[in-house]
Design a protein around this ligand. Structure first.
Ligand SMILES: NC(=O)c1ccc[n+]([C@@H]2O[C@H](COP(=O)([O-])OP(=O)(O)OC[C@H]3O[C@@H](n4cnc5c(N)ncnc54)[C@H](O)[C@@H]3O)[C@@H](O)[C@H]2O)c1
Length: 373
């Protein structure tokens, strides 16, 4: 039977999630909610569901809801996530929350602890790795074709430069120095952790270009972050918010290299290329390889260039996990996974504030697992 879903926060992203649930056979969208009446009413009319103007009213009148989908935003795109998430968990509902899980790491820890206490599925919309290229890349890792991980290089941000300053994603955001760091880095950190595991040490340099400085814009829009994974691999993340234009790989690229092969994902959902290391079965003519030559890569084009396609894919995965009753610690892109990305964000801010020192991220809550799997 389809899962009954209610959505809180009916602006752009809430309506996007609503379209995903409506089109997904695992979901039965029954209600939407926004404190701004017109937004709830418009969405309800468009989708043919009930409108509410507070989560409290929605929970009281829709006792059969299985899932509350929290698509509110707020300061640094996350300050309005805590209250409805806690309210829904307290009422015994599973929650899917937008990223960042919160703009406050203390609140995020409480959210993850509440979900664990209640035994509920708290998922986060870390949608960037719910793509055909990421699936294929993970398959290479699981098949042993990447080998022992050596490094992960990730670039993710917004294209731009001095001529486009003030337009779109690159514009000034009211003098909040950590806006980009808190609102955005959850995505690249979660992609790196998805492929390479937990991060043990972080070192960061942040800055902003002169065109921002002269405009009085405090946002630290350039983030250069060096890290070490628990498994010994090295990581480097470069993010920027419309200060320059990324070259190779477009707005989103990740290269993960191992002792047997390397993969690169370009433009998030568009393309994945695998480069077998010389000497492995997959490398053509390894004996002919000299300086200046490279192994013959295998290119996987997804045929999709629209980043928007990540939303239905990620939401379907959450619905699938809840429908299948997976053990809560095996939920994909869980609240704990989102908390990990936030702990790395906080470690990076601390490193920056201390002049680039090495920082160990705050430990994650223990996973106790379950004897049945
Ligand atoms: N995963 C992605 O790729 C991606 C992309 C863009 C945005 N986002 C995230 O989506 C979220 C929402 O973005 P947006 O631009 O639609 O947000 P927004 O802040 O513009 O709108 C949020 C809506 O929620 C309503 N709201 C706030 N608190 C409420 C409450 N307690 N009860 C009921 N309604 C409430 C507001 O009135 C508003 O209509 C943000 O957290 C953002 O980070 C994710």
């Amino acid at each position: 039977m389809a899962l009954k879903v209610g959505i809180v926060g009916m602006k752009g992203i809430g309506n996007n999630h609503a379209n995903c649930h409506s089109a997904d056979e695992l979901a039965d969208l029954v209600a939407v909610c926004d404190t701004i009446k017109g937004r709830a009413d418009d969405a309800a009319e468009r989708l043919g569901v009930k409108a509410y103007y507070s989560l409290k009213a929605m929970l009281e009148n829709e006792p059969d809801l299985d899932i509350v989908d929290v698509t509110t935003g707020g300061t640094e795109n996350g300050s309005w996530h805590f209250e409805p998430t806690m309210q829904a968990l307290e009422a015994g509902k599973n929650v899917l929350v937008e990223k960042p899980i919160s703009n406050d790491v203390t609140e995020a820890r409480l959210m993850v602890a509440k979900a664990a206490e209640k035994g509920l599925y708290l998922g986060c919309n870390l949608n960037h790795y719910f793509t055909p290229p990421a699936d294929r890349a993970m398959q290479y890792i699981e098949d042993g074709e990447v080998g022992e991980l050596v490094y992960c290089l990730h670039k993710m941000g917004f294209a731009g430069g001095e001529y486009t300053y003030g337009q779109g994603g690159g514009g000034p955001v009211g003098g909040d120095q950590y806006f980009h760091v808190k609102a955005f880095l959850s995505h690249p950190f979660s992609v790196m952790r998805y492929f390479c595991g937990d991060v043990m040490q972080v070192q960061a340099f942040f800055d902003r270009p002169s065109f921002r400085k002269s405009a009085g814009d405090l946002m630290l829009s350039i983030n250069s972050i060096h890290m070490r994974f628990q498994n010994g691999a090295m990581g480097y993340l470069l993010s920027q918010r419309g200060d320059a234009t990324f070259g190779l790989g477009g707005w989103w690229s990740v290269e993960v290299a191992g002792t047997r092969g390397t993969f690169c994902i370009e433009n998030c959902i568009e393309k994945m290329t695998f480069f077998p290391a010389p000497g492995t079965e997959g490398a053509a003519n390894p004996e002919n390889m000299t300086m200046g030559s490279s192994p013959v890569p295998t290119v996987h084009e997804s045929g999709i260039s629209d980043f928007g396609e990540t939303f239905p894919l990620r939401i379907h995965a959450y619905l699938e996990d809840v429908t299948n009753g997976v053990p809560v610690h095996q939920l994909r892109a869980s609240g704990r996974d989102a908390l990990a990305a936030l702990e790395y964000t906080w470690a990076a801010m601390e490193s920056y504030e201390q002049g680039g020192i090495l920082v160990r991220p705050h430990p994650l809550p223990t996973v106790h697992g379950h004897p049945t799997g």
